[in-house]
Design a protein around this ligand. Structure first.
Ligand code: ARG
Ligand code: ASP
Length: 715
């Protein structure tokens, strides 16, 4: 298969070598314009990124610090994923008016719903500032180096003149070999305009998550509002729709395999330049550890969720969150094995050493450090997953923070308000009895996987036993004697019945919390962990980071034929590739596109994952597709391409050769999720919602023609 790719690409060796063999998330200021044009791009790099005149970058925003979104009308309308707007859609929902289930479509601008706290960031400028940030750092290392760099960053920021609504963020690239400064405009009045029902926006839910063939209409619409001067402003009903410098025309042309595409967005984190030894540890140790903790949590939750509807609804969103990365890691481990990532990296290291012997000691030291760090890294993986997935321990940890803040005199009224409202929303979806089982099982697993000397003595007595009954008995005693599980009351109230009352006498509360068995357990676990694993892990990590910086620089100096891009770090990037299906496993071939017909094939009436709204069924039965069908006569739903994407790219615009919007990125197929560590063009695909499906849903399903009228449609 690799051979085939190379032969087929004989005409375009450079492009395939750069873009496809290693993937790539390129800085918009450093694009491979030539290669992009060879792959079919018809516009120029200056149309994509320009600070002198409007360019496509002026239509791409970071949505609330995590996902990506894009401007699609002259009136500040933005498009992102349903799973990115999920929290906002949920926040406007009540039992009587459940926008997640029913969807939401504003009838006009005055019906759009404000979302206090939600922000949208535009990147207005990007500058390389390496020399300023590394000035005077020669010969420094460790904390001294870090301090000097931080000081230089502060000085740089102070030297720049910016507007009150702007901020400057300095980011390290290539593991500290380069630095870039970003000027960012933050808009704060972002209103919900439209969202399909979950049966469209989240169709297939967890079963189809990370999977192709896919049939999800994962989109939602918001609008940016600005002050009368078009500048960012706090929410006000007098604010006006934002006028963008650029907005994306939307293409509803048919797509073909091989068409050029690019994705413009904010990928979160990748690690493409690790040594083989690091990949080996992820693949064989830390990923499997994290997967095994979540296996237990998911299985335990699932049993009760299947048996009981209330639990199912309570835990749906948490279950989805736990399952999301669990499934990604499973795909990642398989993909690393299948793409022979470790062997490939080892060979690559030998090639580099042959060209540059100075790399040999770097690799040798990295090998030694990773091997010595491994037991700590493994314990860390179990520990972090334990505290994350055993909810009662997560909760105990929050109370522990409160105890600490109270001791330090930092538990002021504002802090307490935030804490109480956080706890209220936590308890709303927390089933202490169910979690007692999850927590007990995870503690047993932790006990088995952790060397004795890393376990607190209290833990050994209660949980280090292979007798399940004995453990559940301990757990029952813990729960019954705990205020945080709601089993014990204070001031005549429990955390469930009236949390404000529980907090009304702080002195009494702090005394009880101080002795709470779960809080004591977490305090003990944490104390041992901090003085053993954490200290050692961090010490090795500092050395590894310093060497990784050297290794990165050595790779770039030595491998002159390869074009390097910095690992993703939540900054604005461009990935490019072509529309393509894949051969993910023996005997399996995926087409590049799915259609509405496939939604109906998956339809299971009233199923929580695969239900289909009645109206969509009617549109399908009457073939009421308007201009949104393709040449097959069906409406295309999702498609795949070879763009290199990761978490954070959700909601990213996918553009065609002329810079028109053709799709909305939302996922990858799990056979290729090792792309975060080792992109492989054979299996790594990003998954997008077709713009035809988005417009079809807005126009025909939601009858919201007024929104289509704002957009510029390219036929
Ligand atoms: N796998 C996608 C991305 O990380 C989509 C996640 C949302 N969907 C879900 N079923 N949980 O993150
Ligand atoms: N679903 C991811 C996101 O939420 C995208 C990905 O990991 O491919 O950003």
């Amino acid at each position: 298969m690799i051979r085939k790719i190379f032969i087929a690409s004989a005409l375009l060796p450079a492009v395939i070598a750069f873009a496809q063999q290693y993937g790539g998330m390129w800085m918009p200021t450093e694009l491979n314009e030539k290669e992009m044009k060879q792959l079919g791009m018809k516009i120029s790099a200056k149309d994509i990124y320009n600070t002198e005149k409007p360019s496509i970058k002026d239509a791409v925003v970071q949505f609330d610090g995590g996902c990506t979104a894009e401007v699609i009308s002259p009136k500040g309308l933005i498009l992102t994923n349903h799973h990115c707007g999920y929290g906002e859609i949920q926040s406007h929902s009540t039992v009587e008016n459940d926008l997640l289930t029913n969807g939401f479509w504003a009838k006009n601008m005055s019906g759009e719903l404000p979302n206090p706290g939600v922000t949208v960031d535009f990147i207005t400028d990007i500058k390389e500032v390496t020399s300023q940030i590394l000035e005077g750092t020669k010969g420094l290392s460790g904390a001294d180096l870090e301090d000097k760099i931080n000081q230089n960053i502060q000085n740089y920021k102070a030297s720049q003149k910016i507007e009150s609504y702007q901020k400057i963020v300095v980011k390290s690239m290539y593991y500290g070999n380069k630095y870039y400064a970003y000027v960012i405009d933050t808009y704060k009045d972002i209103r919900l305009v439209g969202a399909p029902p979950s049966a469209i926006g989240k169709f297939g839910s967890d079963t189809d998550n990370w999977v192709f063939p896919r049939h999800t209409g994962d989109f939602s619409l918001f609008r940016i509002y600005a002050g009368k001067d078009n500048k960012p402003a706090e929410y006000s009903k007098d604010n006006v729709p934002f006028t963008p410098k650029h907005y994306l025309p939307i293409s509803i042309k048919d797509k073909k395999e091989g068409d050029f595409t690019f994705v413009f967005g904010f990928p979160g984190r990748t690690t493409e330049y690790l040594p083989a030894i690091a990949v080996e540890k992820i693949m064989n140790e830390t990923d499997p550890a994290m997967i095994s903790v979540r296996d237990v949590a998911l299985k335990t939750l699932n049993e009760k969720m299947r048996a009981d509807d209330t639990t199912r609804i309570k835990y749906a969103s948490k279950y989805a969150r736990i399952a999301n990365y669990w499934k990604k890691w499973i795909g990642e481990v398989e993909g690393l094995k299948k793409s022979r990532a470790v062997e490939k990296k080892k060979q690559y290291e030998q090639q580099l050493i042959a060209k540059n012997p100075a790399i040999k000691p770097t690799i040798e030291q990295l090998n030694r450090l990773y091997n010595e760090q491994a037991p700590y890294a493994l314990n860390r993986a179990y520990y972090l997953e334990l505290l994350r997935n055993a909810e009662t321990l997560t909760l105990a940890n929050i109370y522990l923070g409160y105890l600490q803040n109270a001791k330090d005199g930092r538990a002021d009224a504002q802090y307490l308000n935030r804490l109480r409202s956080y706890l209220k929303s936590f308890y709303k979806d927390y089933d202490a009895q169910l979690d007692a089982q999850v927590t007990a099982k995870l503690l047993v697993l932790y006990g088995e996987k952790t060397p004795k000397e890393y376990l607190p003595s209290s833990f050994k007595n209660d949980f280090k036993s292979s007798n399940q009954d004995a453990i559940l008995e301990s757990m029952e005693w813990f729960s019954a004697n705990s205020i945080i599980t709601g089993r014990k009351a204070l001031n005549g109230s429990t955390v469930y019945s009236d949390i404000d009352k529980v907090f009304s006498n702080q002195q009494a509360l702090l005394e009880v919390l101080e002795k709470d068995p779960f809080i004591t357990l977490v305090r003990d676990l944490k104390a041992v962990y901090s003085r053993t694993t954490d200290v050692n892990f961090a010490q090795y990590q500092t050395q590894i980071d310093a060497l990784q910086k050297t290794f990165m620089a050595q790779q770039m100096e030595t491998d002159k034929d390869r074009k390097f891009f910095p690992d993703a770090n939540s900054t604005l990037r461009v990935a490019y590739g072509t529309i393509k299906g894949s051969d993910p496993r023996d005997g399996v071939k995926y087409n590049y596109q799915t259609h509405l017909k496939g939604v109906m094939e998956k339809y299971i009436p009233n199923d929580y994952e695969f239900n289909v709204p009645q109206k969509l069924i009617s549109l399908y039965q009457n073939k009421n597709y308007g201009v949104y069908a393709d040449k097959t006569g069906e409406v295309p739903v999702n498609f795949t391409a070879t763009n290199h994407t990761t978490g954070g790219n959700s909601g990213s615009p996918v553009l065609d050769a002329r810079g028109n919007l053709i799709g909305l990125n939302f996922d990858r197929q799990w056979e290729g999720t090792m792309s975060d560590i080792n992109f492989d063009p054979r299996f790594s695909r990003n998954i997008m919602v077709d713009t035809k499906y988005i417009l079809f849903i807005i126009d025909k399903f939601a009858d919201s023609k007024w929104l289509i009228d704002e957009m510029k449609i390219v036929k």
